[in-house]
Ligand binder design. Structure first.
Ligand code: ADP
Length: 610
């Protein structure tokens, strides 16, 4: 803490104190001299008076010496030579007391004790330090000040012209009060560089105005840093504002008293308002201009009340313009600065709603046409099957009843017609199965695949004779439709047997978990598939081997593909001609039950295709 010394401190009170000390000393001397009784006290007073006065004003070491000499000189004319010894007593007494006190003061003053060190600190300080007199004349500069501001001169000369008057004022204040500052001003270095400084004047001696210390701290680095921070903040702010301005969403920032802090350009556009006029206004007043745009005034009330639950509202712009549908969301602000405030979002969902409507209409139309198509497939298939059945039955009659009477060629023709009609019936059945997949999500149930395979073993008993069907000890449980799973595994296993020319036929079912799916493989050691047909085999009615087997319609793998895809999985095949094929497919571990199919339409179950 700095000790403030008032103006009266050094001028009157201190002088009085010192004068009193001197008086005591001389009073004692006076009594001594008076005790001698041979000289008039008035002479002694005269002898002592002058040094008393001088020492009262200055009690320094030099003051004491001067006082002694002066007392000798002044007393000389009044003292007869034979009494000079009295003069020596008086002067010597004063000298001893004065010198003693001066030495005592010096010894007591800690500043003087550390003076050499303080001098060093002053010289080497990293701050600028100048010893000046009360008129601003530089008495001594430290190294740093000399280096930057050059040779000492009047202190205000190295301040910026606009700041010089202030420096003089502060200097005067410091001379009077003992201290001035800290304050921030600009200096100019000898290389004409502007250096901002923080400065402080301190009077060095409490009783005298003549010597002061001017200490200055270089603020350039700090100022540069401040500038950088300010620049960065501004850049950041503009960037954020730009980003928010270019949003499709209208943004309104309110403080805790619901007064507008800021609104973005999009909101200005939505509500036909001038955002420059909004800050500082209460929300109701700020948005008043947009009130007539609200189709329902309740919505306006909800907006200005910062309704916390999101809601949709309609805005009417000029005639001929479409209505704009906005979604309003008000969120609380959590940052310290605007705590209690809110950020209101105005999201334009006009286009989204329009697209949603279109999508809904399209979905509805698609559902209707699917339903019609399904009905059509059913009707057509059943209607087609009827004449086919007649054809099959009557060709069979022909073969049975008239076959022997016909020649070989005619019999062959009849047989071909009969087989073709049977094949066509199977094809129609397959078509029906295929078209009914995807309508059975509602039949999802937890199905143990081990049970599915067991049932297949039973169903395919005859075909599995002399076939090694290898099944893993455990098989997972899946959510699916039992009939579809029987069709899927049944088709693959019966194909593996059907397209196999080896004496020891082998079919192996295996599985591994694969993320959210199970990966199944049905592998055989059959005839294999040429690489170019690997994808083709999954197409409808695609048969690679011309077989005279009417049950082979080329729809089995198409049905498998449809089933797997229906559950969100995929199917593919790896094969080597002559060595065998491996049909891979995935089924999800957890099946998402999708929206139930057509309203109320009871889907036909897929029959077993194997
Ligand atoms: P389909 O068996 O009724 O002919 P699929 O759709 O089941 O019809 O099979 C299509 C074709 O793919 C078959 O005709 C056959 O040529 C070929 N294929 C299917 N499975 C195998 C298999 N395991 N090995 C060799 N070829 C196969």
């Amino acid at each position: 803490m700095t000790r403030r010394v008032g103006a009266t401190d050094f001028s009157v009170r201190a002088a009085l104190g010192r004068g009193l000390l001197v008086l005591l000393a001389y009073g004692g001397l006076l009594l001594l001299l008076a005790g001698l009784n041979e000289y008039h006290a008035v002479d002694v007073l005269l002898l002592a008076g002058l040094p008393m006065l001088i020492s009262a004003w200055s009690f320094s070491f030099w003051g004491a010496g001067l006082g002694a000499l002066a007392s000798l000189g002044a007393a000389l004319p009044f003292v007869p030579p034979d009494r000079y010894f009295l003069l020596i007593w008086a002067g010597g007494g004063y000298l001893i007391v004065g010198l003693g006190l001066a030495l005592w003061r010096r010894w007591k003053n800690p500043v003087r004790k550390i003076r050499p060190l303080a001098q060093l600190v002053f010289k080497r300080s990293l701050n600028f330090a100048q010893m000046i007199d009360h008129e601003g004349q530089v008495l001594e500069s430290n190294d740093r000040a000399v280096e930057v501001y050059g040779a000492p001169r009047r202190i205000w000369e190295f301040f910026h012209p606009d700041d010089q008057a202030r420096v003089r004022e502060e200097l005067e204040r410091a001379a009077l009060r003992g201290e001035a500052g800290p304050l921030k001003l600009r200096t100019v270095s000898q290389s004409k560089e502007l250096i901002p400084v923080e400065l402080k004047f301190v009077r060095l001696e409490p009783t005298r105005q003549s010597r002061l210390l001017l200490e200055m701290r270089d603020l350039s680095a700090l100022a540069e840093l401040e500038n950088k921070v300010r620049e960065a903040q501004a850049r950041y702010r503009y960037l954020i504002e730009d980003a928010i301005d270019t949003l499709d969403t209208g943004i309104l920032l309110l403080d805790k008293e619901r007064k507008v802090i800021w609104a973005n350009r999009t909101l200005e556009k939505f509500l036909d308002l001038d955002r420059e006029e909004m800050p500082g206004l209460e929300a109701r007043r700020a948005l008043a201009g947009a009130k007539q745009l609200f189709k329902d005034l309740n919505d306006f009330e909800n907006v200005v009340a910062c309704e916390t639950a999101p809601f949709l509202f309609a805005l009417r712009h000029g005639a001929g313009e479409d209505e704009r549908i906005l979604e309003y969301r008000s969120l609380p602000v959590s940052t310290e600065r605007y705590k209690g405030g809110r950020i209101d979002h105005f999201i334009d969902i006009t286009e989204k709603q329009r697209l949603e409507r279109i999508l809904q209409e399209k979905t509805k139309r698609l559902e209707e046409s699917n339903l019609k198509l399904e009905e059509f497939t059913h009707v057509v298939s059943h209607d087609l099957k009827e004449p086919l059945r007649t054809m099959a039955v009557f060709t069979q009659y022909l073969i049975d009843d008239y076959g022997p009477r016909l020649d070989g060629e005619a019999q062959d023709y009849l047989n071909r017609i009969h087989r073709a009609s049977l094949r066509m019936r199977h094809m129609i059945d397959d078509l029906l199965k295929l078209s009914s997949i995807g309508t059975r999500q509602e039949n999802l149930e937890k199905i143990s695949l081990a049970e599915v395979i067991e049932q297949l073993r039973e169903d395919l008993k005859a075909r599995l004779e002399n076939v090694a069907l290898i099944v893993p000890p455990t098989l997972p449980t899946v959510f699916a439709n039992r009939t579809l799973l029987l069709a899927l595994f049944g088709n693959l296993i019966s194909n593996a047997i059907k397209y196999n020319d080896k004496p020891h036929k082998q079919v192996e079912v295996s599985w591994t978990p694969q993320g959210a799916f199970y990966h199944f493989t049905v592998r055989d050691n059959g005839i294999g598939i040429e690489e170019r047909y690997l994808n083709k085999v999954f197409e409808l009615f695609e048969r690679l081997n011309p077989r005279d087997d009417y049950e082979s319609t080329g729809a089995g793998l198409a049905i498998c593909k449809r089933i797997v895809e229906e559950y969100g999985g995929r199917i593919w095949v790896e094969s080597k001609v002559g060595e065998g094929s491996a049909f891979h497919f995935t089924l999800p571990v957890q099946v998402q039950i999708q929206t139930p199919s057509r309203n109320g339409a009871t889907p036909a179950l897929v029959g077993q295709a194997y």
